[in-house]
Write a protein that binds this ligand. Structure first.
Ligand SMILES: Cc1ncc(COP(=O)(O)O)c(C=O)c1O
Length: 300
């Protein structure tokens, strides 16, 4: 699944520290921490039907990531919301939009790793693009990557940081294998998530997902668990082996970029994606309804 350039995004305006600039002038300094060390945190958000889905949850995760990274001069939620609203309004975006929200440690006084070199506060980037859910209605294929997902022993996945090399190396393996994405295991060999999404399986009427120990605690993941709970579908968070995944009735991924996407195959094993239980379609319908009602309304 390769994204293509959308000509509608040719002339978009991007907000950098509250200033709106055309796409081709939207740049950060070579002294910015994101350039120097991937030293930044980010969120991906979606705009549906004039609403930003789960805006508050995303801003809380951004703040918690920035706090864990000990950024200084972190902009408040209201300031970030204003920057997002201004960007969307300037681009006339009320639907079918994806926002890449990035907060870096900011510009350094000289190149180097030490956060004490950051004396100007954070850099806030709001990049909103016209972008439909990535995977469309089709299912995806996965291969298992040889790259293990970060554990809390090295980089805690609960920090949603820009140091994406772990995921990118896995994605390269998927590209070379001709698969859509890579399934990543944790250090113990249990399924963690894909290089870009959380993962679920359905078996014998139960919705099962890995513990959020070595994966991002995704906001879509949480919504899916809540929806299942409200539908009295039993949910289990547990260690899952590859063999269990291969033999699931249904496997699907979750994430803001691709919403809920069925997985058709893993490592050449076909996933049945049985519709008998109806669990996947009920949750997907519930999620689609939520995107129409549960977001923060745009003030314009
Ligand atoms: C590695 C990874 N897993 C899962 C997700 C899905 O998270 P969310 O549902 O909050 O978009 C993302 C999204 O950025 C991600 O980067």
């Amino acid at each position: 699944m390769q994204q293509q350039f959308n000509p509608k995004n040719e002339n978009i305006l991007v907000s950098i520290n509250g200033k709106l600039v055309p796409r081709h002038e939207a740049k950060v300094s070579v002294f910015d921490s994101s350039v120097q060390g991937g030293d930044a945190v980010w969120e991906g958000l979606r705009v549906y039907h004039g609403r930003i889905f789960c805006l508050d949850e995303h801003l809380t995760r951004l703040h918690e990531s920035a706090h864990a990274m000990m950024f200084t001069g972190i902009p408040g939620k209201e300031e970030i919301k204003q920057a997002i609203f201004e960007t969307l309004q300037a681009n006339g975006m009320r639907d079918e939009t994806h926002i890449r929200l990035t907060l870096t440690r900011g510009e350094k006084i000289t190149s180097g790793m030490d956060p004490r070199l950051n004396q100007k506060g954070c850099t806030l980037i709001v990049l909103a693009e016209w972008k439909k859910p990535l995977y469309g209605d089709k299912g995806v294929t996965l291969i298992t990557s040889s790259v293990r997902r970060n554990s809390p022993m090295n980089i805690d996945s609960k920090i949603h940081h820009n140091n994406l090399i772990n995921n990118i190396l896995a994605k390269i393996e998927a590209n070379i294998a001709g698969a859509d994405d890579a399934l990543m295991l944790d250090v113990h060999g249990f399924v963690s998530e894909t290089n870009a999404c959380n993962i679920f399986m359905i078996k014998e009427g139960k919705l099962i997902t890995p513990h959020a120990d070595a994966c991002l605690p995704g906001i879509t993941r949480r919504k899916v668990l809540e929806l299942a709970g409200s539908m009295n579908i039993p949910t289990i968070e547990k260690n899952i082996s590859l063999t269990e995944m291969y033999n699931a009735e249904t496997v699907f991924t979750t994430g803001t970029m691709g919403e809920l996407t069925p997985v058709d195959g893993i490592d050449g094993r076909r996933i049945m994606n049985s519709t008998v239980s109806g669990i996947f379609s009920r949750i997907q319908q519930g999620f689609n309804l939520l995107t129409k009602t549960a977001g923060e309304k745009l003030p314009f």
